[in-house]
Structure formats: structure tokens, C-alpha cells
Ligand binder design. Structure first.
Ligand code: CA
Length: 204
């Protein structure tokens, strides 16, 4: 084989690899944008997400981007005391009077699963949860039951663990979309807890 043939093959393989990489990147970002929390908005909350809580921020709850990442440079830290609550949603248009709204960063798949990684820093209750919220066409939560992943109370501290929550609203005509909801103290026994999340993705 002469040099020019080798070069053609090498360039061809490189292009194939690049194409696959671009395709994989765009396919993942279409479904759940910024699931790795690498892109941060002006308020300090990751782009495509909303960071909220109950009680006094900084005292009873906190949601913030931190550098202790599983991959990339950033992860999301949630903290709540027993009196507080930490709430992370996707970002989407909100208007209770509307009958139909744009999707925003909701996930338009009525069946599938969310895969994610979590690292418990503090807490041994059953109050750290990843919900799947079924959403109506007007972006309010539908009456269908949430799917839920409860972080095990005995999860090892300081280690990244993989979690997964499967859902199926394909037979529920009232559900148009879903979103993953990260929570401390919404369900379970309230307690002081702290957890990191990273690399949340959607899969079939
Ligand atoms: Ca990350």
C-alpha cells in the first residue's frame, strides 16, 4: 500500500469518528440539554434548569454549581436542612392561564428513562429523590403518578453512584412531556442532607 492510499484511509477514519462524535453530541443535547451542568446561567443556576427551595436560601437550602464533578468541570450541589427543601426543575414557560405553551427545556418523550449520577455528602434518610414529573400541554404537572428514584439511605458517602428512573405515560393522553425533578425533602422523612448530581441524560 502506498503512502497516499494510507493517508486516504486515515483521513477517512478520522472523518467517520468526527461525524459519529458530532451526531452523538447533538442527539444527547436535543433531549436533555445541559444534563452535565457545564453551562451556567447569569444567576448561577445551570442553563436549562431552575434552582429553587423552601425556607431561607443559604440557611435552610442551597442549590449551586460546584467543581467536584463526575465528568467535565461542574456538578450540581443540593443542600437542605430538615426545615427546608431543595427543588430543581427544568426551565420552561409558565402561565397557569394558558391552555398550551412552548416546551422550553421539558422532555417531549412520554416513555423512557433518566440516567444520572449522584454523590451523597451528608444524610441517611429517604428524602433525596429524583422524580419524573408528567407535564400537561400547558406545562403544569399532570395528575398521573410521578415515577421516582429514592437515593438509598445507606448510599456510600463521597462516591459517585449511578441511578436510573424508568417511566411510561404513553397511555395517558393528558401527558405531553416530562421532566426530571431533583429534590431534598419532598417526600420521605425530612432531614439535613447534601448531595451532588452530574451527567443526567435521557434514554429510551
Ligand atoms: Ca458535569
Amino acid at each position: 500500500m502506498n503512502h497516499s492510499k494510507v493517508r486516504v484511509i486515515v483521513v477517512g477514519l478520522l472523518m467517520l469518528g468526527a461525524t459519529r462524535w458530532i451526531y452523538a453530541g447533538s442527539a444527547a443535547s436535543e433531549v436533555l440539554r445541559n444534563g452535565g451542568f457545564e453551562e451556567v446561567g447569569p444567576e448561577g443556576c445551570p442553563v436549562a434548569w431552575l434552582c429553587m427551595g423552601n425556607g431561607e436560601r443559604g440557611k435552610h437550602w442551597e442549590v449551586e454549581v460546584v467543581s467536584d464533578a463526575r465528568t467535565g468541570n461542574r456538578a450540581l450541589r443540593l443542600m437542605a436542612t430538615a426545615e427546608g427543601r431543595a427543588v430543581v426543575h427544568r426551565s420552561y414557560p409558565y402561565n397557569p392561564q394558558a391552555t398550551e405553551l412552548e416546551l422550553g427545556d421539558l422532555v417531549p418523550h412520554r416513555k423512557g428513562r433518566f440516567v444520572f449520577w449522584y454523590k451523597v455528602i451528608k444524610g441517611d434518610s429517604n428524602n433525596i429523590r429524583v422524580y419524573v414529573l408528567p407535564m400537561k400541554p400547558n406545562n403544569l404537572e399532570a395528575t398521573a403518578t410521578r415515577a421516582v428514584f429514592v437515593v438509598p439511605p445507606n448510599a456510600p458517602k463521597g462516591e459517585w453512584q449511578r441511578g436510573e428512573v424508568v417511566y411510561d405515560y404513553s397511555k395517558d393522553s393528558g401527558v405531553r412531556a416530562v421532566q426530571p425533578g431533583l429534590r431534598i425533602n419532598e417526600g420521605g422523612t425530612p432531614a439535613t442532607s447534601e448531595v451532588l448530581f452530574d451527567d443526567i441524560s435521557w434514554a429510551e
